[in-house]
Design a protein around this ligand. Structure first.
Ligand SMILES: *[C@@H]1O[C@H](CO)[C@@H](O)[C@H](O)[C@H]1NC(C)=O
Ligand SMILES: *[C@@H]1O[C@H](CO)[C@@H](O)[C@H](O)[C@H]1NC(C)=O
Ligand SMILES: *[C@@H]1O[C@H](CO)[C@@H](O)[C@H](O)[C@H]1NC(C)=O
Ligand SMILES: *[C@@H]1O[C@H](CO)[C@@H](O)[C@H](O)[C@H]1NC(C)=O
Ligand SMILES: *[C@@H]1O[C@H](CO)[C@@H](O)[C@H](O)[C@H]1NC(C)=O
Ligand SMILES: *[C@@H]1O[C@H](CO)[C@@H](O)[C@H](O)[C@H]1NC(C)=O
Ligand SMILES: *[C@@H]1O[C@H](CO)[C@@H](O)[C@H](O)[C@H]1NC(C)=O
Length: 258
């Protein structure tokens, strides 16, 4: 019984311990953008002497002294941060890849503790993927196309028909949480679409299925059509000039005969 009681006390201590340690919030930010870091429980803080925002536990960005009501922004971050003395929030501007990491807000005084934790991942905007047709065939009127989509570091090869695509090669797709850009190939609205995306941006590229499969015969006819159209325009032009000449000549003739 006593052992059980001890165990319960031990468990509740564990629960309390995990309550006071705050969770790390994960955030993805586009390179060049700003990030806003709030201290959720700022209203409950009291009797603190110092408040600090630190990066990767090793660098201090900002230190606020409650006794003297002064804010010190450290050299490396001058002009890049905005600190609110009212709620201790921090705005970090123009993020670059090197700014990825852990941001901690901690108070010191009678009690020292962390009051906010953020894990920031800075990502670049993905490039528009390159979508190329490897092969195409028409079997019983069904168009079957093999395409390769290339992103910056990854590529996937997929076999597609007018309703669906299935991956046949290339790197396997990363998980949704992966920081490596994702390539997904699918069919929608009669087009093969390749979507290159990461957590902060995406860029698609697409190709119409019909045009791929019709390309066996169509180009020649299109060219002929074009030649035909140019011919008609030239003929109309000649007729207009001819009619114009006739009219002018006729007017002149009329004037002369007056
Ligand atoms: C700042 O210091 C005053 C006086 O020591 C104290 O009453 C107050 O709670 C402190 N503010 C915070 C946010 O801890
Ligand atoms: C803290 O203050 C800043 C600037 O005054 C504001 O933008 C932000 O929303 C505030 N955050 C909270 C949690 O109140
Ligand atoms: C489509 O073409 C690819 C490559 O030529 C082939 O591997 C695949 O089996 C074909 N799919 C169908 C449904 O015909
Ligand atoms: C992806 O490619 C870029 C340059 O194109 C390179 O700087 C980066 O290290 C590559 N990332 C990975 C995970 O391979
Ligand atoms: C497309 O391919 C899938 C699987 O490869 C197949 O089940 C489906 O019937 C095909 N659809 C057409 C219109 O060819
Ligand atoms: C591309 O992927 C992103 C992220 O998964 C998504 O938000 C977006 O709607 C997709 N765009 C297209 C055209 O599929
Ligand atoms: C489709 O296949 C034909 C012959 O197999 C080829 O001439 C044509 O260029 C291909 N079309 C595309 C868009 O690759």
């Amino acid at each position: 019984m006593a052992a059980l009681l001890h165990y319960i006390v031990f468990l509740s201590a564990l629960v309390q311990g995990s309550e006071s340690s705050i969770e790390t919030l994960k955030q993805f930010v586009l390179k060049g953008e700003n990030v806003h870091l709030d201290v959720q429980g700022y209203a409950k803080l009291n009797n603190i002497e110092d408040f600090k925002w630190t990066f990767n536990k090793s660098h201090t960005l900002v230190k606020y002294s409650n006794e003297s009501s002064t804010v010190k922004v450290y050299t490396k971050y001058q002009g890049r941060v905005e600190f609110s003395e009212a709620n201790f929030s921090l705005v970090l501007k123009n993020l670059q890849e090197g700014d990825s990491g852990l941001y901690d807000a901690g108070v010191s005084g009678e009690e020292n503790k962390d009051v906010a934790k953020y894990h920031i991942s800075v990502q670049e905007r993905v490039v528009t993927p390159v979508l190329t047709v490897d092969s195409n065939s028409t079997i019983n009127g069904n168009c079957n196309v093999t395409v390769t989509c290339r992103g910056q570091n990854t590529s996937v090869t997929s076999s597609c028909n007018s309703s669906t695509c299935s991956q046949v090669g290339g790197e396997s797709r990363g998980a949704e949480t992966s920081t490596i850009p994702l390539l997904s190939v699918y069919v929608a609205g009669g087009s093969i679409i390749c979507n290159h995306s990461n957590q902060v941006s995406w860029a698609p590229n697409m190709k119409e299925i019909e045009t791929i499969c019709a390309s066996n015969s169509k180009p020649e006819r299109d060219k002929e059509n074009q030649n035909y159209n140019v011919g008609i325009i030239i003929i109309i032009f000649i007729i207009i000039i001819f009619v114009g000449c006739v009219l002018i000549a006729w007017q002149k003739l009329n004037k002369d005969s007056m």
